[in-house]
Write a protein of this length. Structure first.
Lengths: 502, 98
């Protein structure tokens, strides 16, 4: 099944797929069946999905074909298969957040951003694997399975939006949604060789996204090209009265520059703090080449300082765990999820339910968060972290007085091996060093395919661009220029060999 | 002799309503201490006169009009109850029988 372009529906991005559908090259049912079939074929090895929802997806596809036949105007994501992370509410569909404590939970309502994607014509194929409650940088902290990196199945796909990244990288769907609290979309995008965009905090409603760190969480798209990222952000952004932290703004609008590849006048800040200790030398070399590419297109590289970066990890882990311990207090076995009776008392039920329901990393973070909020320690830890957070924000404010965006590696290394960091939680935390600053400052940031490591079987490397608040259009314009000038984004992982995974 | 690392962990676990097994306590206590030791650097940052960042946006006291509207779908909410008793959520008895 291939259209006039010579490409089958599985090779197309979201915007191209919609065009092919409107040109009558395929029906939505054909497109959805093709993606479901590929997901079935590949997902035994990859484990991107918790489950595929064939019945719902095909019913939705038939509805869309019928609507089109009846002359209804097609939405901007008409017929486009989409994968959702397991912390996103879709009424009636299990939303377990990768946790035993929410096993079997079916939300009675649908998230605003999911409603908007559905109204635009997207077709959810299924629910993807994630680190439990989005706490993790490797995908290994789930009660339901760990995704494999499609470039090398012995390696991590990153986390916590692991399955949504793998689904797009392996061609199981053209676009997907993840959530990014401290890098949970940008880092897996970098590890899997695709695009991931964390919008400005407040751009996308959090209504229906299960909360982890409420002042940090943002719903964030994955795609294989920049146009598709823009398309998803246009669809899901905009004010929502059901989320009091949603910015009172209309939906995002992309820039359409006349000369796509011209970056003259663009000032790109290169922080010395994103170069130092801990950065893999080969990742640094790939990022330098990517920055040189931007320079060759007219951008000016400006050395800058973000001095508070050295405190970003402790600040992030104090703020995020404090918010998480508060948000996760609700999982006590009373109203939903799995209950364990314990000693028969109410308090006993709470403790036994939480002991059995949460995994090790979630417990570790609840404990850290409870500690930093507890009487006698609150000011010294949480209060102090909130002030250091201000210093991190001010670093960026100062930088953006002289540059248009900040660029550096998304992650300090390429995809690490599964199991490599599981025994040392602190080491895993430290790998988030380049993504947490933008999260703490609430700024938009995109990870784009910047090249490949010469060793390690050619693992992908991500370049992160961070912009001032609400400057997504600028970030994506630069990402599109880089995309037009290079072909890193076009390289896809080879299908894994059947049975090749230990 | 009581282990101060395990004491701190146990006290925090009780505040968090977490009932840790002995094996978990043994594994978590040194990690917990090591992570806090690493984060201790925050205390040395000069923040005199720096206001806290309480949220990622400037939005403050967002309110909606105080107008009645229908609440959630009760049946679907109750369907998720681990122990549904008619239109109620069942939990263990809190007040002793006299």
């Amino acid at each position: 099944m291939s259209g006039e372009s010579g490409k089958g529906p599985l090779d197309l991005g979201a915007a191209e797929l919609r065009e092919a559908l409107l040109a009558g090259e395929h029906t939505v049912v054909e497109v959805v069946e093709a993606h479901l079939a590929r997901a079935r074929e590949r997902d035994g090895e990859l484990s991107a999905f918790q489950f595929l929802d064939d019945e719902r997806a095909l019913a939705r596809a038939r509805e869309l074909d019928a609507a089109r036949a009846a002359g209804e105007p097609p939405g901007p994501l008409f017929g486009v298969p989409l994968a959702l992370k397991a912390n996103m509410c879709l009424a009636g569909v299990e939303t377990n957040c990768g946790s035993r404590v929410l096993s079997g939970y079916r939300p009675p309502y649908t998230a605003t951003f999911v409603e908007r994607a559905l109204a635009a014509g997207a077709v959810p194929l299924g629910i993807t694997q994630m680190d439990e409650f989005a706490m993790g940088s490797s995908g290994e902290n789930s009660a339901y399975g760990c995704p494999r990196n499609p470039w090398d199945p012995t390696r991590s796909a990153g986390g916590s939006s692991s399955g949504s990244a793998v689904a797009v990288a392996a061609g199981l769907c053209p676009i997907s949604l993840g959530s990014d609290t401290g890098g949970s979309v940008r880092q897996p995008a970098a590890f899997c060789g695709i695009y991931g965009l964390k919008p400005t905090y407040g751009r996308v409603s959090r209504y229906g996204l299960v909360a982890f760190g409420s002042s940090l969480d943002q719903v964030s798209p994955f795609a294989r090209n920049v146009r598709d990222l823009e398309l998803v952000l246009e669809t899901i952004s905009g004010h929502d009265p059901r989320d009091s932290t949603s910015l009172p703004l209309p939906p995002f609008e992309p820039e359409r520059p006349a000369e796509l590849m011209r970056l003259a006048g663009l000032r790109v800040g290169v922080p010395s703090q994103y170069r130092g200790e801990g950065l893999d030398a080969e990742v640094g070399t790939v990022c330098d080449a990517a920055l040189a590419q931007l320079e060759s297109m007219g951008a000016e590289l400006v050395p800058i300082e973000l001095p508070s970066t050295e405190h970003a990890i402790p600040t992030y882990y104090v703020v995020a765990t404090a918010e998480a311990s508060s948000n996760l207090a609700r999982y006590d076995g009373s109203l939903y999820g799995a209950r364990v009776e314990g000693d028969g008392s109410l308090q006993g039920m709470f403790a036994a339910t939480r002991e059995a329901g949460f995994g090790e990393e979630v417990k570790r973070r609840i404990l850290l968060g409870t500690y930093v909020l507890s009487a006698g320690y609150y000011e010294a830890w949480y209060g102090q972290a909130l002030k250091v957070r201000t210093l991190l924000r001010r670093d960026f404010e100062r930088a953006f007085e002289s540059v248009d965006l900040v660029a550096g590696p998304t992650a300090p290394t390429g995809a690490f091996r599964l199991g490599e960091k599981t025994s040392d939680a602190l080491e895993m935390y430290l790998s988030d060093v380049f993504t947490v600053p933008a999260s703490l400052a609430g700024l938009p940031a995109v990870s784009l395919p910047a090249g490949f490591l010469p060793g390690d079987g050619g693992l992908p490397v991500g370049l992160q661009l961070i912009g001032p608040a609400l400057a997504e259009a600028r970030l994506l314009r630069v990402a599109a220029a880089f995309e037009a000038a290079t072909d890193h984004h076009a390289r896809r992982p080879r299908p894994l060999e059947a049975g090749g995974v230990a | 002799m009581p282990d101060p690392e395990e004491d701190l962990l146990e006290k925090t676990a009780s505040l968090a309503r977490l009932e840790l097994s002995a094996a978990e306590k043994e594994a978590l206590a040194p990690q917990f201490a090591a992570i806090l030791a690493h984060f201790q650097v925050l205390a040395s940052v000069e923040v005199e006169g720096v206001p806290p960042t309480l949220g990622a946006t400037e939005l403050c006291d967002v309110r909606r009009p105080d107008e009645p509207r229908p609440s959630g779908p009760f049946e679907a909410l109750l369907d998720n109850a681990p122990d549904r008793r008619g239109p109620h959520f069942g939990v263990p008895r809190v007040i002793d029988e006299a």
